[in-house]
Design a protein around this ligand. Sequence first.
Ligand code: PEP
Ligand code: MG
Length: 878
Amino acid sequence: MAEKKFVYMFTEADDTMKNLVGGKGAGLSGMTKLGLPIPQGFTVTTEACTYYYKNNEKLSEGIIQEIDSAMIKLEGITGKKFGNPSNPLLVSVRSGARVSMPGMMDTILNLGLNDEVVAGLAETTGNPRFAYDSYRRFIQMFSDVVMGLAKSRFEEIIDEMKEERHIEQDIDFTAEDFREMIVRFKEFYKKELKQEFPTDPKEQLFGAINAVFRSWENPRANYYRKINNIPAEWGTAVNVQSMVYGNMGNTSGTGVAFTRNPATGEKKLYGEYLINAQGEDVVAGIRTPSEISELEKVMPEAYRQFVDVANKLESHFKNMQDIEFTIENGKLYLLQTRNGKRTAHAALRIAVEMFEEGMVTKEQALMLVQPEQLDNLLHPQFDPAAIKAAKIIGEGLPASPGAATGQVVFNVEEALSLVGKGKKVVLVRLETSPEDIEGMHVSEGFLTARGGMTSHAAVVARGMGKCCVSGCKGVKIDEAKGYFELGGQTFHAGDWISLDGSTGAVYGEKIPTIPASISGNFEKFMSWADEYRKLKVRANADTPKDAKQARDFGAEGIGLCRTEHMFFEADRIKAMREMIVAETKEQREAALAKLLPMQRSDFEQLFTAMGDFPVTIRYLDPPLHEFLPTSAEDIKEIADELGISVEKLNGIIADLHEFNPMMGHRGCRLAVSYPELAVMQTRAVIEAYINVKKNNPKYQAAPEIMIPLICDEKELKFVKDIVIKTADQILAENNVEANYLVGTMIEIPRAAVRANYIAQDADFFSFGTNDLTQMTYGFSRDDAGAFLSHYYEKRIFESDPFARLDQDGVGSLVKLACDLGRSVKPNLKLGVCGEHGGEPSSIEFFNKVGLDYVSCSPFRVPIARLAAAQAAIRSQKK
Ligand code: PEP
Ligand code: MG
């Protein structure tokens, strides 16, 4: 068997080999194939990186030999020699993962210089200033990246020298100054590291390659991977590329340009360059770069060539490109091309225009926008300049995206009072509960100390389209005393904070936001997505307002109405609590009689808001700890209402206390204990249906009644019989015919395993993957957030199974239940309504197993529509 190859010359790879040679390597090889001017080089593969980590962070002998021989080939191609003062080959060493991770890993330029080589370089180029400038840069970068001596320490020496010479800019240093700087840099290096700066170019090269591999695990890169779901096992490649020099004088320069504007999507070159500079100067902000269009005046020939190349690259890669270039003595070289990062706004415009220009097909255009990105179009955003300047004081889970800035409040009263005065507030709580709902409603966002991605705060936030950072690490909240501490600062009610719900970052200051805007491209693009997707997209909506929002975002029905959520409001929760603490059937029926009209009128409004689209009503499923009264005032009020003493009510509440309410008396178990619950809810659904039909005889939809938390077919049958008996009786009394459905949720592993039996009594299945994940892993939804971070740190998990479906475990149960269910009922309607229904990688899985629909919170509906289209397009290709 041929030995595995770990090193590829740019001439040997191509742009389809991203997984092996990384994005940068693939781009450079692809550009080489297109005949573009690329300084040649080679790539050490991502597999070498994986091997490096397996091999105790060491390169193997075989890889070292491959690199040695690639260097010899590179010497042959360039006609220069590594370490030879009379004709020196210098190289850059840069990272390049499969997907670009801008600024996350490290780069070293001008490698191969030492005291002899620099003298030779000065002589052969006749440009000593350039040679010594390159050397000092190299020492700085090598010391930082390979040896961990912060660049800023060298900047201090540079600043000292500027002061001594009364100059302001690097560009004013002479060759002599740089020579002096090099002496000082090396002295500093020796003093700090107790060793000489390495003079052997080979030692420099291997030091740099090792350092780039190491940088794959630096905290920045780890964080970036986590928020972008990039697996650690991918590894990075290393690119070793012969240097070209933008710092050779006024006919040289370097720059970065996008083929279209990455902020707006406008079709116009967008970028910057600096004359007489090297790569990092443009990003480092040492000098202010000029706009790319200026280059036309300074170097018209190089500019014309660049425009030409930019067009070629964009048509070749069929995507907006982000290109790095260098001009050496008037000659243009390309150092990198990659698909450019862009705002959601730009992404839509680029996709739509590229299709209209005929550059891409509709399928290709649909793949140009990441579904998650659409989210930014639906929520207010931070002002980009302000967020850059702001300081992060803490981090939590990015539980619900958006930008929130407001004054701290710790409870509903404070929230309502400040909002009443026209202020914006952010609710800070240990964790939220249904009591907080009104306060949540008026807040810009929520920060909680506890809870995960499916905690109360997170679910409610996503439903409301509000920003939420949950499970914030290191925050100390004293709700009673009204302050919290984070990042070494103390905040009281009324102080300003800001939250970024897309990253989980917390800022201790006011940051201006700009409102979301939806352009015409958005609508057009979404209509294309709808042409391709097979999955229907419904919404999880509990109120008419949510339902309307969901329709506006293109939902094709409601896949989950959590009926217990209909009682969150202050005037309603009392009746719900009375029902929960009722001791006798009479008390319970009295409470249910109060709930009935509220439910009926809500259902009427939901049915009306959804037109002829289906509405799935999930019967009561209140985890008791979310609904039991806790405050003395509430307890007194309910005791009075029930005509019992506070002591007695406290005793009832104590009896109802559950050690694990998520596995307690909830879901269909309540209706098993108290059938009158199912009777009341069926009455509300069917009477609402009859009323809607009366007002609109053409009303077509069939109500879908959904029984939650089933573990056994007999349990389902018990509740279903009550539903049917009640429904049919009411319909008969009213002389109305209705084709209502009774289905169930698959949320308990036993239900998935028994799905062929359960399907016999179910018109549909809807997978409740929140509970199914909880029960499959045995991780409590409310508590897992606190310890899952240890699982990420230790690489046991790469992502939160409550956010991204665990396809291997929970997914296998979903698939099993689909197969078993359809084995007895081939047309069994299948959907999902857990949080995963709005998550793109999970949607791809649901598409693959052949569900009919996904249901997600209203603000995720556009994301789900696009993810479903992309899943369908990908599956066609396979
Ligand atoms: C679920 O368990 O996935 C579900 C949708 O129900 P809930 O989140 O209300 O338990
Ligand atoms: Mg559930």
